[in-house]
Write a protein that binds this ligand. Sequence first.
Ligand code: HEC
Length: 71
Amino acid sequence: MYNRVCAACHAGQLPTAPERGDQAAWAPRLAQGMDTLVQHVTQGFKAMPPRGLCMECRAEDYQAIIILMSE
Ligand code: HEC
């Protein structure tokens, strides 16, 4: 799911989108708490569209992808 959807923006294309594997960029995001991050993806957050454009993703999927991206 990351590769199919989130990687369109989170693999370095958008300067404001925290990149996969960039722990320094993810640290302050993770500090908000996982529930807040999942909520931000679901509702959309600044330049990120609602659901991160993944219409079939569930909250558990977002959580798993966030962990993947932040490592
Ligand atoms: C169309 C581009 C785009 C796509 C697709 C996208 N994102 Fe994002 N995402 C962004 C941008 C831009 C930001 C940074 C927003 C900001 O802080 O200015 C962001 C931020 C985030 C954040 C941090 C939110 C916060 O509260 O700091 C998370 C978590 C996230 N994205 C997860 C995902 C996941 C999971 C997917 C795939 C299901 C995804 N994104 C798909 C553009 C995208």
